[in-house]
Design a protein around this ligand. Sequence first.
Ligand code: ADP
Ligand code: ZN
Length: 745
Amino acid sequence: MRLVAVAVPVPFLDLLTYNVPDSLAMPPIGARVRVPVGARTLTGCVVRHDALVEDGTEVKDIAEALDREPLLPSSIVELCRWVAEYYVAGIGDALAVAMPPGARRQGSAFRKQRIAALSAMGLDQGLTPRQGAAVQILSAAPAGLPTAELRERGVTPAVLAGLVKRGLVVMRDERDERDPFERAAMTDVVPDANRELTDEQERAAGELFALADAAQFRVALLHGVTGSGKTEIYLRLADRVRRSGRQVLLMVPEIALTPSMTALVRGAFGDRVGIQHSALSIGERHDQWHRIRRGEVDLVIGTRSAVFAPLDRLGLIVVDEEHDSSYKQEETPRYHGRDVAIMRASREHALVVLGSATPSMESFHNAATGKYVRITLERRVLDRPLAAVRVVNMRTEYADEGPEIVISRDLAAAIGERLACGDQALVLLNRRGYSTAVFCRQCGDTFECPNCSVSLTVHRARHGVHGSREPSRGGWRARCHYCNYSVLVPTACRKCAAPYLEHAGFGTERIEEQLRERFPQARIGRVDRDSVRRKGALTQMLSKFAARELDVLVGTQMIAKGHDFPGVTLVGVISADVGLGLADFRASERSFQLLTQVAGRAGRGERTGEAIVQTLYPDHYSIQLACRQDYPAFFEREVVYRRGMRYPPFLALINGIVRGRTFDDAMHEAREIVRRLEPATATGRFTVLGPAPAPLGRLRGEHRVQFFLKGTRRSDMRNALMQVVADMPEIRRRLTIDVDPLSVL
Ligand code: ADP
Ligand code: ZN
């Protein structure tokens, strides 16, 4: 018999063993095969050739071999095996992340899009306000605009239909050639190859060049304050690696948030660039993946899943903003893109560069203990000063101005000044929606999610015409941010019928509304997950802001990430306290990172910048130190707490969550798991904490109970867990295992 081990796309399933019948050539590792699984035939991937079976076991034949050459390089198959083991996931789940999308589907090369344009004739008399707004938008675009874009700007299909009927607007279809870069490359950044590096950049680049030239596995942490010119260093390093005949992988947190990076890379590498991220269409991803696989690129830029890009001459992996939580996948396999990158580089003898102004505690600790090479950029390029940060104590503000105040006097004044002189401002609030709750003044009734243990966030039910100054009309919708349950908020209380429903708390929508009321002449945009739902909407909004078509941009942490908007001289933080009170050991770290990063968006152009941070806890160390942008002091302070509490980076954590129909079911099973784990803790190398109700006790209708494994060696903890899971196979469907969890809520 010729046996092969095959991974199939069935959750939690281990490798299956099949026989290769004599009629078929031996499929190589990484090739796809069709195999019988139960009553079905599935497409799987050959993972090993040395499969063994016990005597007497019946082994089925492979039904069909799909590839003569491996679809996945064997290095990627091996990497996926490591991911499956490290993150206690099924090998099929891990391989699914690395496979090209729609491995069985061909994408079509063209998409059609509808374009609406003003017709040459027609009288715009007696238009509704919405039609008028639409005409105004279209009159600025002689070639017309795609309907999808119009919709984004508040022009609904119904409004367009009305205008077409009046003969004011004509529609046409256009073929949209598939160019995934088009949407990203809209900024006017021009890479300047002849630009002189600053002394600091020169020194950092020199050290990195030496590491790259050695062509060995190393990890370097490039810790550079915001605006210190890290991107320039990445590009030069990438160029050097390319010249030596090896390839580069450049990982970024979210492609749409780093359009200038994509444009720069494209400028420097031209066609020899591949792009990989989930916002591409299936067809685009498919094209890109195969270009990379065929070796047609020297550099891949992408988000976390790009860590599996099928490059076979890898010399360098750059993980930009390495501290960013979007590198962690919050579904199975729960891998961390940065950590997989390091593992991949170690197998392929490549250099890893982790870049950040606010490194994760883990990475900085590794640099401090000498495991990583540390390279520091302490100054901004051209010695531009860091933004001066002012803290506004909101307690004083409430005392003086009443409890309703959201935008402090100082912040309002500062925004007014920027508007007057034509500068731009960013306003951050890391909480979307209009308000955090509605309640009845008379009986106190509130809106809670029926499926999850959270209260519903209130949103505007309908949006007004985007860019118009009229406040939007329509009612309120209360929505669960976990399960998406939503309900229209009635005008009177459901319980007592009193008409006194009141909003409590505030989110980005409310900030936008208040700013519009206060500064009616300002052009204001908003960026959060609600406002950028449509594909391309985020890029569009950011490019409008970059082109100075907007004065103020309100948003969640999305606006805090690596942008370079030279016109921004003011950053306002509405509440530095969102997230601080959470029972999560990373709360201070996250809040320090967010504040430092957002303050770093100010003053990147020629004019100096200022940040104003509103808080109820002006003395909290993560707020104080973020205001001084003093990372080393923050690390020193935080590390004492982590060591004392025995948290990462000093110990490793594994989080287990058991879901059940009732709380008792979940608790009962979690207790059983913990009981079975106990004997393995006798070595003293790890402990088990819990079980206890999870902080989010109910989610999507299921009850949740959690436990933790905490120890110095992950392998011991993993082995113990895998043994328990093997003994209780049914539990896999109700147990989520998160190795190195980023969030423990
Ligand atoms: P970081 O990623 O470290 O926050 P960037 O790479 O975005 O910083 O650089 C900040 C700004 O400085 C960018 O506008 C960039 O074009 C500019 N810049 C970088 N290096 C130089 C240099 N050597 N001379 C002049 N400007 C530079
Ligand atoms: Zn819910």
